[in-house]
Write a protein of this length. Structure first.
Length: 344
């Protein structure tokens, strides 16, 4: 089954073509980072308008690179939520319009399910069941994944997500947008000079808290004015050490409590080099396996949506739903709990 996928939940427009027999054929992505950098963060209205400009040209590019035409498409997937309402509406309306014009089935995909399943696009995909760490600007969650649509929340952030804490700390250090990659680059030049707290590191649950860590950075910054380059580097180093230590400890605790030996890491923060170093080292000690999507699929992309949508559309077809007339009405879900999903 040949599935065209659209991602437009925030500030990246992603389009991809996935074939259930031959795998990922082509994908393309446009990032709005430069546009939003001027404002220090995502401006929702600008994001929506840019998705309108980019979606169809990217679709044409993906089809061309895959040597396919729209008439070859057998199903369409799109991000239905969570995300920015206006941005979601752009991708959803384009996807449903194309599905209607082609007379093919369509499916709305949960953005986090896309991230959860992204590592399955790799040559040696992880096998179910596994523990998944979803770590990004908006989410820091530990999930038990037993199959597509079979997700159990084990731990969540009580306040800021890890990626959000990275961005806010980067702003305190005078770094640009997006803050996470800039802070990681600065941290690579720092050393162990300060000591920040590790919130909830020794709690008896699998939840996270990063708001207090950000506040501790603010206190440190205020106590070292004016900030020198050396101090900025050392604060960035210690902040990254604190976050990655917490994330690693919680992942190992989740594996231990569930008795599983397979860990999957997805989301933008999953691209952080220091986090990968720590997780890999901990996994070797525990004789566990850690899987990551390739770096280009850690952040938002169309490939993960096309893939997740293809799995669901194929399951729908196997249930003989191809005889049922497709429904092309649509809505978006800016807030959508992953626990609401069911098996396809």
């Amino acid at each position: 089954m040949l599935v065209l996928g659209f991602e437009s939940s925030c500030d990246e427009t992603g389009v991809a073509l996935y074939d259930t027999e031959h795998g990922l054929l082509a994908h393309a992505l446009h990032s709005q980072v430069e546009m939003h950098a001027e404002f220090g963060g995502v401006v929702p209205e600008l994001a929506s308008r840019d998705h309108i400009r980019r979606a169809l040209p990217l679709t044409e590019l993906v089809l061309k690179n895959a040597h396919k035409s729209l008439q070859d498409v057998q199903g369409i997937a799109y991000t239905q939520g969570p995300g920015l309402a206006g941005a979601l509406l752009v991708g959803t309306s384009i996807a449903q319009s194309l599905a209607f014009s082609l007379g093919v089935p369509s499916v709305g995909v949960h953005h986090l399910e896309g991230h959860l399943l992204a590592p399955l696009l790799e040559e040696n995909p992880p096998q179910f069941p596994f523990i998944a760490l979803l770590v990004s600007g908006g989410h820091s969650q530990l999930m038990r994944v037993d199959g597509v649509g079979e997700y159990q929340l084990l731990g969540d952030t009580l306040d800021d997500a890890a990626g959000e804490a990275f961005d806010k700390t980067a702003k305190l250090l005078g770094l640009g947008y997006p803050g996470g990659p800039a802070l990681a680059k600065l941290a690579a030049q720092g050393k162990a000079q300060f000591k920040l707290p590790r919130p909830m590191l020794n709690s008896k649950d699998l939840n996270f808290s990063f708001s207090g860590l950000k506040t501790a950075v603010l206190t440190l910054v205020n106590n070292h004015q004016p900030l020198t380059d050396a101090v900025r580097k050392d604060i960035a180093w210690e902040f990254q050490e604190a976050v990655t230590e917490i994330l690693t400890a919680k992942c190992m605790a989740a594996l231990r409590e569930t008795g599983l030996d397979n860990l999957v890491v997805s989301g933008g923060v999953g691209a952080n080099t220091r986090l990968r170093e720590r997780l890999n080292a901990a996994a070797r000690r525990k004789l566990c396996k850690v899987s990551y999507p390739r770096l280009e699929f850690c952040t938002d992309n169309g490939a993960m949506i096309a893939f997740a949508g293809a799995l669901r559309l194929e399951a729908m077809r196997l249930k003989t739903m191809q005889d049922k007339k497709p429904n092309y009405s649509f809505s978006v879900k800016p807030r959508w709990d992953l626990a609401e999903l069911t098996k396809p």
